[in-house]
Design a protein around this ligand. Structure first.
Ligand code: EPU
Length: 347
C-alpha cells in the first residue's frame, strides 16, 4: 500500500543540498507497490521521477511530478560455485554498504568502487566507475519496469550498452524504473591495480580488504564529503577527444593528463583543465569548485539551481576559450515537470 505525500521537501535527499520541493512523493519500500505508484501518477497526470541516492542530480526549486523514492532493501544469492557468486540486490540498498559487505563475505571485484555515493539501482544508469573499474563489468541482470511498453523487463548486461558514464538507461532517460540488479562476483581475489597511486598505496601484499581501505582513504583525501561540502562528485565528464583535436591540445599543453581510448581517441582530465583555467578553489557566490579537486562543484551555502547553472556555464565558457573543448556536465538535470532534460550548453 503506497502513501503519497504532498509538497514534499527534497533538500535533504539531494547531495548538492539544492532547495527543492516536489508536488507528490512516495517512499517505495516494497517493489510490489511499484505498479500502484505508477497508477497513481497516471490517474493524476503526473510525470514520474525516480529518486535513488540523489547524488547525481540537479533539482529545480519546485516541480510537479510523482517522485518515487526507491528505498527497497534485500539481497539474495541466485547461484554459486567454487569460483563465482551471483547476488541479486534490491535497488534501494546503499551502494557503499553493498560493496563493503561483499568484500567482507569474500565476494570480490567491486572494491575499487567503494565510497561512491548513491544506491544500487542507480549504479547501472551512468555505469559508475572509479580507479579502472566500472559497475557494468560485474552486472549480470537488471530488473526494471518499462513505462513505455507498460511491462516488466529483464536486461542482460550485453543489452545495456554500457560505456563511460553511459548506458541505455541514461540514453532513454525516464523510460525504465530499475528495481533490482544482479552482480557476478569472484571468490578468488582479482585486484585491479592499474592506477599507479592505488597500486603504490596498497603495497606488495595486496588483499581485497587492503584495496578497499586504500580506495576509501584516497577518496576521503581528495573528495569532499557531502555532509560537510554538498556536492555531486565529478561535475563534468572527462572529455574524449578525436586524434586531431588531441594532438592540437597536447602541442600547446604537453602536461595534460590523458588516457588512450578506442579508435585513437583520448580521454582528457577535466579536473586538470578546470584547475589550469584558475577555477580550483574559486567561487561565484555560494557555488565553487573544491580546493582539493577542481572537478567537484560545491554548494557552500544556500545555492539555487540558477546559481549552479551560472557557475558551470561560466566554467564551460572559460574552458572553451582556453582549450577549445566543450565540457559536458555529469549530473542529471530535472525540469519543472519532473522530466530529465538536456543541459543548455554555454558554448
Ligand atoms: N587534476 C588536476 N587538478 C585537479 C584535479 C585533477 O590537475 O584539481 C589532475 C590529476 O592530477 C590527475 C588527473 O587530473 O592527473 C585526473 O584526476 P583524478 O585521478 O583525481 O580523476 P578524475 O579524472 O578527476 C575520475 C572520475 C572519478 C573517479 C576518478 C578515479 C570522471 C568524470 N571522474 O576523476 O569519478 O573517482 O577518476 O577513477 O570520470 C565521479 O564520477 O563522480 C567520480 C568521482
Amino acid at each position: 500500500m503506497i502513501s503519497v505525500q504532498h509538497n514534499f521537501d527534497l533538500t535533504a535527499f539531494n547531495t548538492l543540498a539544492l532547495k527543492s520541493q516536489c508536488s507528490d512523493y512516495v517512499a517505495l519500500t516494497d517493489h510490489h507497490d511499484l505498479e500502484q505508484a505508477i497508477d497513481y501518477a497516471r490517474a493524476h497526470q503526473l510525470n514520474i521521477f525516480v529518486l535513488s541516492g540523489g547524488s547525481n542530480l540537479l533539482l529545480p526549486e519546485k516541480f510537479r511530478a510523482l517522485t518515487i523514492h526507491i528505498l527497497t532493501q534485500g539481497k539474495e544469492i541466485l547461484s554459486e560455485n567454487d569460483d563465482e557468486v551471483v547476488i541479486k540486490v534490491q535497488a534501494g540498498e546503499i551502494w557503499h554498504d553493498f560493496v563493503c559487505d561483499c568484500c567482507a563475505k569474500g565476494y570480490h571485484g567491486l572494491e575499487n568502487l567503494a565510497l561512491i555515493p548513491g544506491r544500487v539501482g542507480a549504479a547501472p544508469i551512468q555505469n559508475i566507475g572509479a580507479y579502472g573499474v566500472e559497475a557494468g563489468e560485474f552486472i549480470e541482470t537488471i530488473w526494471a519496469y518499462d513505462l513505455k511498453q507498460d511491462q516488466h523487463i529483464e536486461f542482460k548486461a550485453a543489452q545495456c550498452d554500457f560505456g563511460y558514464r553511459d548506458s541505455i538507461f541514461k540514453q532513454q532517460a525516464g523510460r525504465y524504473i530499475i528495481y533490482a540488479v544482479s552482480f557476478k562476483l569472484f571468490k578468488h581475489a582479482q585486484l585491479q591495480l592499474k592506477y599507479a597511486d592505488v597500486a603504490q598505496q596498497v603495497g606488495d601484499e595486496a588483499t581485497p580488504e587492503k584495496l578497499l581501505q586504500t580506495i576509501i582513504h584516497i577518496r576521503r583525501q581528495k573528495l569532499p564529503q557531502p555532509e560537510h561540502f554538498p556536492n555531486v562528485g565529478s561535475f563534468f565528464k572527462n572529455p574524449v577527444l578525436a586524434a586531431q583535436q588531441f594532438s592540437d591540445l597536447i602541442e600547446h599543453y604537453p602536461r595534460v593528463p590523458h588516457y588512450p581510448q578506442n579508435n585513437d581517441m583520448q580521454k582528457v582530465a577535466a579536473g586538470w583543465l578546470i584547475d589550469q583555467a584558475g577555477w580550483k578553489g574559486k567561487r561565484l557566490g555560494d557555488v565553487g569548485m573544491f580546493e582539493r579537486q577542481a572537478l567537484v562543484l560545491v554548494n557552500y551555502g544556500q545555492a539555487s539551481l540558477q546559481d549552479v547553472q551560472r557557475t558551470y556555464e561560466q566554467i564551460q565558457t572559460d574552458i572553451y576559450q582556453k582549450f577549445a573543448i566543450r565540457l559536458e556536465p555529469e549530473p542529471v538535470l530535472l525540469n519543472e515537470s519532473g522530466e530529465i532534460s538536456p543541459h543548455v550548453s554555454a558554448c
